[in-house]
Ligand binder design. Structure first.
Ligand code: SGN
Ligand code: CA
Length: 524
């Protein structure tokens, strides 16, 4: 063999070795036969408490529930960083924020689209890939054959959209526009000879919770139950819980959030022509304004204060939030009907999830961010005909970090080593591996604006949660069995000292395992 040929062979063998080492495992589709289509239905800020399949005491979501009836519902699906852009970056990359580079929503933070994402890998494996709706990563999507996204947060009425051809305003209500675009791509634009990945991502139910015209009076006379902690005094916890700016009473805005419009707005919507209300056409604004008038007049006549004001705001907040959820649920119904009608149901994995959970008055709050249960959890329902047992429930701790690997395994695509989650495919088959994770690592870092939630990281196990607010140098420890609402930190309780010491060690090893650089700088 001549020298050139020998070196070529050595190089070739070395490279194929490297190639294998860079993959966690070679996948084969989890079911025999064709690669499944993947439909990811993703909402923004959807609290578990606002989905009837999760036992909502507030509303009914019959279409989302259809997925749970035919598939698997995860009780403890959680996120690694409870805000929008960062959570979406984790979903795409299967890596924690400190490694995928997007840790906050702050201006100037842009997702690096040159990195490996699961849509890119599916595309390379022959999938047609598309994303429609909220994106919020500030760089153009990569790895998608088709994209039509909202710029930034997007708007509820007559939203602008970005595509590869530029920016264009679409007439109508955002949930409807996103639904129609999704159906249009599925029906007319995709290459039907290939399997598809469609990421169908709603803006709703994000703040400022503007309902669709047909839902403006839904729940008008309904009184929603108040959470037990609506008037939380934030005692017995670290100082962050007291100093936040996300209280319904103090920080929710009476006009733009709670629709307490002024008489002058009867003639003209508040804000400039690009603002959430200002961009409505007169024929959209008039019925919108009028729908709130009767209740607003009663409010102005009685001028509630103190706890009564909080109660009024809470009711108005829930009405509007749940009205936007009603549109999402109808939209889910339309797309599920389409799959059925086209004979796509059997070979399509449908996932329902959100970028994180949300507070619906618990602790007196709206918004998310905290490692506390309501915002750490996110809905996750998966229907995979022939794989998920209809009506099944899973109680293991799973993460948004796991979804990229799940989709890759389902499609039979090798998983890159650098991905940090774990495929949910065995769980979906009803076979939880013996060594499934017993602990979750969380790290949030956007401070102070908006909402003044201090930076923190922590560990959650089945029963306990330890949180460290590292800039404040304050700890919290909760026994979730004894105190599921997380109202009393037991950090200084000597009875828990050994447990806390053990959790600190586990926390440290999780930071090492996940390569979070914060671990190197903090000694605890
Ligand atoms: C906006 C909202 C905040 C919200 C962030 C992030 N304010 O700034 O309440 O926390 O988005 O939301 S608003 O007055 O503009 O509605 S996220 O879903 O993108 O993380
Ligand atoms: Ca969100």
């Amino acid at each position: 063999m001549n020298k050139t040929l020998t070196s070529f062979l050595v190089l070739f063998l070395a490279l194929s070795g490297l190639h294998c080492a860079a993959q966690k495992r070679t996948g084969s589709p989890a079911t025999a036969g064709k690669q499944p289509n993947i439909l990811v239905i993703f909402t923004d800020d959807h609290a578990l408490r606002a989905i009837s399949a999760y036992g909502s005491d507030l509303t009914k979501t019959p279409n989302i529930d259809r997925l749970a009836k035919d598939g698997m519902l995860f009780r403890h699906a959680m996120v690694t960083n409870s805000i929008c852009g960062p959570s979406r970056a984790v979903l795409l990359t299967g890596k924690y924020s400190h490694l995928n580079g997007l840790a906050t929503n702050q201006p100037g933070e842009v997702f690096d689209g040159s990195q490996t994402t699961f849509p890119k890998l599916l595309q390379q494996a022959g999938y047609q890939t598309a994303i429609v709706g909220k994106w919020h990563l500030h760089s153009d999507p990569t790895g998608f054959d088709f994209w039509k996204i909202l710029p930034g947060q997007g708007d509820y009425y007559n939203p602008d959209f970005l595509t590869a051809n530029g920016r264009k305003r679409e007439q109508g209500y955002v949930t409807d526009v996103i639904t129609n675009e999704t159906l249009n791509w599925l029906d007319k634009k995709r290459d039907k000879s290939k399997p598809f990945l469609m990421m169908f991502q709603h803006k709703a139910p994000h703040r400022e919770w503007l309902p669709a015209p047909e839902h403006l009076t839904l729940y008008k006379d309904k009184k929603f139950p108040e959470p037990a902690t609506l008037f939380d005094d934030y005692a017995n916890r670290a100082s962050g819980a007291r100093n936040q700016e996300m209280e319904i009473g103090k920080h929710m805005r009476l006009m733009s959030d709670n629709k307490l419009f002024e008489p002058k707005h009867a003639a003209k919507a508040p804000g400039n022509p690009n603002s959430p209300y200002g961009r409505m056409l007169p024929e959209q604004w008039q019925p919108f304004y009028m729908a709130y008038q009767e209740e607003n007049a009663k409010f102005l006549a009685s001028k509630p204060t103190g706890k009564d004001l909080v109660r009024w705001k809470y009711q108005r907040y829930l009405q509007d939030y749940l009205r936007t959820v009603a549109s999402v649920d109808e939209s889910v119904g339309k797309v599920l009907d389409y799959l059925k009608q086209e004979g796509l149901e059997e070979n399509t994995i449908v996932v329902y999830s959100s970028d994180q959970g949300f507070y619906l008055g618990e602790h007196g709050w709206f918004d998310k961010r905290w490692m506390y249960e309501e915002s750490l959890h996110t809905p996750l329902i998966v229907r995979w005909p022939g794989v998920t047992k209809p009506g099944s429930e899973n109680k293991e701790m799973v993460l948004n970090l796991d979804l990229a690997e799940t989709f890759l395994e389902a499609a039979g695509v090798p998983v890159p080593h650098e991905m940090q989650g774990r495929s949910l495919v065995p769980l979906l088959k009803g076979q939880t591996p013996k060594d499934w994770r017993q602990e979750v690592y969380y790290h949030y870092s956007e401070y102070p604006k908006p909402h003044r939630v201090p930076q923190h990281f922590g560990i959650r196990t089945d029963q306990h949660k330890l949180i460290y607010y590292y800039v404040l140098n304050e700890w919290e420890f909760f026994d979730l069995k004894k105190d599921p609402q997380e109202l009393k930190s037991e950090y200084n309780n000597p009875a828990y000292a050994a447990k806390i010491k053990q959790l600190k060690e586990q926390l440290h090893s999780l930071q090492t395992k996940y390569q979070d650089p914060v671990a190197r700088n903090i000694n605890f």
